[in-house]
Design a protein around this ligand. Structure first.
Ligand code: HEM
Length: 426
């Protein structure tokens, strides 16, 4: 760990323990006196918010699992039983279902924060890649969780998405079909599929928790980025994490909880689909099968490509490409705040993702398909063309001399622009 803790146990037990299993020292060094850049804004509270979301999903899920029945015949009614009969069951179920959406709102803000401020650049590449893995496992977990209420959208969503693997038949005949039947545990989506999804949905959050531990470990080795993108150089650039950053995190978390409570108590079904209150029926296909809102941009990319296999490859590539961002971005400056050209492309990219989200919810026909193709093109062009080229041709604005100067005004020690702006050379 890069930062040495200045923890001094005061009690005799504390000293005894510190020599045998220094957990308190680890916690103190990581979350109490850890040097935090003094200029962090509220976008840096989302890491803590995400940790809260993960814990809340695991706790509420644990209680739901005590009453849920993972069988084709009983799943739908057991969720209704939880909502109507179990003490506070409606609340726990709402927290869990709304919590999934809130988790994704937070993770998208967290990712876009990282993209804007260049938090993926050296020395934080591994931290970033662990984040991408977390995102991938989160998507798998949410997809399987959405199957569990066994409503119409659950059933048909699973049918459409698992069927995508059959496109592999185009590469090796029979391979795709074999994979799909293996996933289903039969020749169609059934209670068997539901049961294995339940098992995996219970397991994967713990995989996420393990990845989050590595993510935070990597964060503590590299140190936190900040809105200037400059490194901490002197003591004046940082403050101890407690109470400063912890207090700010608490304010951010409470604001987030207000929004969470608004959805959970006032309109718990707003973020879901009405058809999921109709029990799964393999004989009736809903007119529009749409995934949850947080998958819509990827769904739009999938449908934008005319060939099924091509669509599947594009959809998975849209996530996989994030792994390579630290090397695709050639800029010597981390933060977009000082990048006059790239800044505009960043907002164009954010707009494209929102547009893809909208198009994913529309029927795959006519003008919707046309625009989905345009924005899919830009999605990939942003990573493969804009990031490498703009980084080379743009002249960044002059950076502040230090983090302290960016907060307190001039007076900090001079930092040559190139030194601050060349993270890759570290
Ligand atoms: C369960 C999901 C996640 C949890 C609990 C989590 C947790 C955290 C925490 C506590 C921090 C430090 C505080 C902060 O900077 O906000 C952090 C930083 C960071 N996270 Fe995550 N994270 C998650 C998902 C992701 C994802 C999906 C990505 C990217 C694909 C990501 C990329 C980063 C980066 C680059 C940083 C460093 C930010 C900086 O210092 O500027 N994280 N994360």
């Amino acid at each position: 760990m890069a930062h040495e803790s200045n923890y001094h146990p005061t009690s005799r037990f504390g000293k005894w323990m510190d020599e045998r299993l220094p957990v308190a020292r680890l916690v103190h060094g990581s979350f109490v006196d850890f040097p935090t850049p003094r200029n962090l804004n509220y976008l840096w509270t989302f890491g803590g918010i995400l940790s809260f979301c993960l814990a809340a999903q695991i706790l509420t899920g644990l209680v739901l699992a005590m009453h849920y029945q993972p069988s084709g015949a009983e799943a739908f009614n057991s969720v209704e039983h939880i909502r109507r009969d179990v003490n506070y069951g409606y609340m726990i179920r709402n927290f869990h279902a709304v919590g999934a959406s809130m988790f994704f709102i937070a993770v998208y803000i967290h990712i876009f924060r990282g993209l804007y401020y260049g938090s993926y650049k050296a020395p934080r590449e591994v931290l970033w890649i662990l984040g991408v893995l977390i995102f991938l496992v989160m998507m798998a977990t949410a997809f399987m969780g959405y199957a569990l209420p066994w409503g119409q959208m659950s059933f048909w969503g699973v049918t459409v998405i698992t069927n995508l693997f059959s496109s592999l038949d185009g590469i090796i005949p029979g391979l795709g079909t074999a994979i799909v039947e293996w996933l289903w545990g039969g020749y169609s989506v059934s209670g068997t599929t539901l049961n294995r999804f339940f098992s995996l949905h219970y397991l994967l959050p713990f995989v996420i928790a393990g990845l989050v531990i590595l993510h935070i470990w990597a964060l503590h080795v590299a140190g936190q980025n900040n809105p200037t993108g400059l490194d901490i150089r002197t003591k004046a650039d940082s403050v101890p994490m407690f109470p400063h950053a912890v207090a700010k995190d608490a304010v951010g978390l409470f604001a987030f909880l207000l929004l969470f409570a608004w959805f959970a108590f006032v309109m718990p079904d707003y973020l879901g689909h009405a058809d999921n209150y109709i029990e799964a029926n393999p004989l009736v296909t809903p007119p529009h099968i749409v995934p949850e809102w947080y998958f819509l941009p990827f769904y739009a990319i999938l449908r934008a490509i005319p060939s099924k296999l091509g669509g599947v490859i594009a959809m998975f590539s849209a996530i996989a490409i994030l792994v390579f961002v630290p090397w695709l971005d050639t800029s010597r400056v981390r933060s977009s705040k000082y990048r006059p050209i790239y800044k505009w492309f960043f907002w164009l990219f954010a707009f494209s993702c929102l547009a893809l989200g909208y198009l994913g919810a529309m029927p795959a026909e006519g003008v919707y398909v046309f625009w989905a193709r345009v924005f899919t093109f830009y999605y990939f062009a942003h990573f493969l063309l804009v990031m490498p080229i703009v980084g080379l041709i743009e002249t960044p604005h002059r950076l502040p001399r230090s983090i302290a100067e960016s907060v307190l005004g001039s007076g900090g020690a001079a930092t040559p622009v190139t030194a601050a702006a060349a993270p890759e050379k570290r």
